[in-house]
Design a protein around this ligand. Sequence first.
Ligand code: HSE
Length: 432
Amino acid sequence: MKSVNIGLIGLGTIGRGVYDVIENSGELISKRTGISLSVKAVCDSDKKALEEIDNKNILKTSLAEDIINNSDIDIIVELIGGIEPARGIVLNALKNGKHVVTANKALLSGNWNEIFKAAAENEVFVNFEASVGGAIPIIRTLCMSFVADNIQTVYGILNGTTNFILTEMSEKGCSFDAALKVAQEKGIAESDPDLDISGADSAHKLAILALLGFGVNVSGKDVYTEGISLIGSEDICNAADWGYSIKLLAIAKDVAGGLELRVHPTLMKSSHLLSGVKGADNAVFVKGDLIGESLLFGKGAGRKPTSSSVVGDIVEIARRIVSDGGKNSLPYNFCYMPEGKKISCIEDLMIPYYLRFSVIDKPGVLAGISSILADNEISIANVSQKERKEGETVPVVILTHKAKEGNMRKAIEKINNRDSITAKTVVIRIEE
Ligand code: HSE
């Protein structure tokens, strides 16, 4: 039986999970592949995490160099997350001829060229299935299964924390803060949840999917991003009244004017399959000229699902190492975007909107709002004022037909400056 040696860097939730999967499922993997995976070394700055690895034959170290420079090791698994020191560790590992498996979306989405250039120069592989969608095999699907397709759209729910919060708000009728607290108590949201709540985590993941689907070398910063913290439980109720759910969607769409890349809360028809994606689950739709529409659904986070995905990446590289030394397989050409294709500007987006105004309840207020909307070529599809509180603040909700984002921004700025408006207007895009 051929053996492939692994060095694990980072023994947090996923790192420890990967160690356990190799320990517990190593025999099954050997039976299926004819390869024995052997963890030779582990690295973490936390002494306790190292002590908990109960195997005297494994090198335990707090120095990544001990693993990167170890000539016995074939594959480095980087699971520390963040940009530095992960970037330095990955680049040095590649320069030392090690194959790399990583789940680090922040690192990949901002340092793509550098990492894959180093991999190609050193004839080694970088696998990254767990960087997007946990256990959902979207990376392999885009790279291999759909390689013949012209991809038109990739969109979905790429963040479990925000989907859990929105589901909780919808099912329990609670506030954003209360739902976040539950997510933290259940260990779904981090103690500092900003990366998830702000939409940045989804943006990093969308950048990776855009690269694979459309050949554009973009980072999370190139993705227009809005988080979910301004969504109120009243918005979720209003949306439900009109037959919609609210989801944080990540959308990459090839349109005439360029490539739309955006992450933002979105009203979706309750009958849409993504509306049925609840809790911390993730789902991604891919639309291509040959496949039509395809949906991948599953666990987007968590120790076991993500570890399974990381081990799948390890096994894929191990098979290449065993079959041809890992040197002869061609790397994928990820960046192939045709000349002239650009990322479209958010101001050019044409889309329907949900608008929630906080207004003083008095005659003429709605007329004032609708006249500003009309001046900006925004056509109203539906209006609702449920409460009557003369002289006090009430919510007024308007759904519009498709309007230009640039015009909507001008209109909302003007409306927000009116004396009759008592709080910032909530603006949510609607996907049809
Ligand atoms: N924090 C992420 C989520 C999982 O909530 O989906 C890791 O990307």
